[in-house]
Design a protein around this ligand. Structure first.
Ligand SMILES: Cc1cc2nc3c(=O)[nH]c(=O)nc-3n(C[C@H](O)[C@H](O)[C@H](O)COP(=O)(O)OP(=O)(O)OC[C@H]3O[C@@H](n4cnc5c(N)ncnc54)[C@H](O)[C@@H]3O)c2cc1C
Length: 490
């Protein structure tokens, strides 16, 4: 039986372990922390449970594919609900809009609340679906580097539709083709942040994102987001995968240009026929492969945004809020200029509040709520995070108190903070980026590191920092790419 080692038990690492076990490998996963999940973990504080990272669950069929592969019913091990309403949006001038899962209703509501032409809203969603359905099969499910993909019907079906895609211009320009109200444009601009990009730089193709949420659906696991990696790690264990927690990897051991194992922090050497790194590709090269010339071109692409998160235990409930809530900044463009150009936080931030206890009662004591309060933040450079945190916290509390017309500060009974430096430290994510590279140019989608090493035999890469990109479903799909590369190389 061939032996495979996976470095890291993030979503991509666990999904790879499952796929490799189905290919007949004996798989060992070495994870530096004491639980699975990477960015998608959880913690408890004074009776409140918090999902630490991701909050929105999309494309559940990607996860189901892993259960199907193992011949198991996902519903027996992992349950989730479709969210309806999806998200409540608050604008500074007092306008509120609640998005819903029924597309027809969503179109009518948007036309009415934002005074847009209903047909244009409908056209927008139709085109969003078209872009998604054209690009997903060739880009999200298949490694572009495998030449035999270029001969498939799926590939050519996508290629013949390319001329009908918005291949030029950025998302802002694209949105202005459909909408006249700045608030509608701000609403759809926000989807650029779903992969940590700027709506003022990301390509027009990013119009595909709203289809994922409104055409396919927004979901919430019945026991919280952490249950995604937890349920997957149990599925992996049932298929013979062994997890070694609290065991960091110091080095990938090579024999000439071929992988032969790993060296752990405790200096033990573990032999392996192949190694898949779920560590950020930047750290994989710089820390685990010190003798290998790193592909600087791929590693030095602009990184996605990071985040500053306040986890607040609230001692009361807030009826005016939903599971997902957005409080928009007045000047969105300046906020993103601060993030991507000045590498700092604007004073008026767009604030996202996620409250799982509205759906999962056990996540907070009775009559209380668990608030995950997040703002987009720049990647780590030379900021003083302690002072930025203080400033941001003051601005966020006063914005929420003003917009909700109620006191907030006095209801916060416990607090924890995760800043970009913490994200970098805890998950080894380069500069604390949430999604690997940013998609701030028309070429970014093609400038992610591949899932296989060109120089070192039997070395593979999985997770948000490599192809096809960041986010829970894409990290899972990158494992599918690794599998296809392994099959092609056998
Ligand atoms: C605050 C926040 C909000 C987010 N919101 C969303 C959202 O709403 N929806 C969504 O889809 N996505 C969201 N994301 C992104 C999503 O969480 C990630 O894209 C995805 O979880 C990344 O998975 P991954 O496979 O790349 O592994 P990672 O989560 O990056 O995990 C890598 C693992 O490798 C381990 N590791 C690293 N180096 C070593 C080593 N040397 N030895 C051993 N182990 C090592 C780490 O400890 C970690 O467990 C969010 C992320 C954050 C942080």
């Amino acid at each position: 039986m061939k032996k495979a080692v996976v470095i890291g038990a993030g979503i991509g690492g666990i999904a790879t372990a499952i796929r490799l076990s189905r290919l007949g490998f004996k798989v060992h996963v070495y994870e530096q922390s004491y639980m699975p999940g990477g960015k998608c973990t959880q913690f408890e504080m004074e009776g409140y449970r918090f999902d630490k990272g991701p909050s929105l669950f999309t494309l559940p069929e990607v996860m189901k594919e892993l259960f199907d592969l193992c011949g198991e019913e996902m519903s027996a091990h992992f349950e989730y609900d479709e969210l309806d309403p999806i998200c409540k949006y608050f604008y500074e001038d007092g306008l509120e809009f609640t998005s819903c899962s029924n597309l027809d209703e969503q179109v009518k509501n948007m036309a009415q609340v934002f005074q847009e032409d209903e047909n244009r809203v409908r056209d927008f969603f139709r085109d969003s679906k078209f872009i998604y359905e054209t690009t997903a099969p060739i880009f999200m499910h298949r490694p572009l580097q495998l030449k035999h993909q270029w001969r498939t019907k799926t590939f050519w079906n996508g290629i013949v539709r390319l001329p009908f895609l918005p291949l030029r211009g950025n998302l802002q320009r694209q949105l202005k083709r459909y909408f006249k109200n700045e608030k509608t444009i701000q609403y759809f601009s926000r989807y650029a942040t779903y992969n940590g990009s700027s709506p003022y730089a990301t390509p027009a193709m990013m119009q595909l994102m709203p289809h994922v949420e409104h055409g396919i659906g927004a979901f919430i696991p019945k026991r919280g987001m952490f249950f995604i990696p937890y349920a997957l790690s149990k599925l992996a264990e049932r298929n013979g995968v062994e997890f070694h927690y609290g065991m960091g990897v110091r080095e990938i051991v090579l024999d000439k240009q071929k992988v032969c194992g790993i060296r752990l922090w405790n200096q033990n050497i573990i032999s392996a026929d192949l190694v898949v790194s779920n560590m950020d590709v930047h750290g994989t090269y710089k820390q685990l492969l010190p003798s290998v010339k790193a592909p600087e071109k791929w590693l030095n692409q602009e990184k996605s945004s990071s985040a500053l998160i306040f986890y607040w235990g609230m001692n009361r409930t807030f009826d005016q809020l939903n599971v997902h809530n957005i409080f928009f900044a007045r000047d969105y463009e300046s906020e993103f200029k601060c993030l991507f150009e000045d590498k700092t936080l604007h004073e008026d931030l767009t604030v996202y509040i996620h409250i799982t206890s509205k759906h999962i009662a056990a996540d907070a004591p009775q009559g209380c709520e668990n608030w995950f309060v997040m703002v987009n933040a720049p990647c780590v450079s030379e900021q003083n995070w302690k002072s930025l945190e203080l400033l941001a916290r003051r601005n966020i509390v006063s914005k929420l108190e003003r917009m909700l017309c109620t006191s907030i500060e006095e209801h916060i009974v416990c607090e924890r903070i995760w800043n970009p430096e913490g994200i970098q430290q805890d998950t080894s994510s380069h500069l604390g980026a949430l999604y690997g590279n940013a998609s701030n140019s028309a070429y970014s989608a093609f400038q992610r590191h591949a899932n296989v090493s060109q120089e070192i035999k039997n070395l593979y890469f999985v997770g948000g920092s490599v192809h096809p990109g960041g986010g829970v479903p894409l990290a899972m799909l990158s494992a599918k790419m690794v599998e296809q590369h392994i099959l092609a190389h056998e």
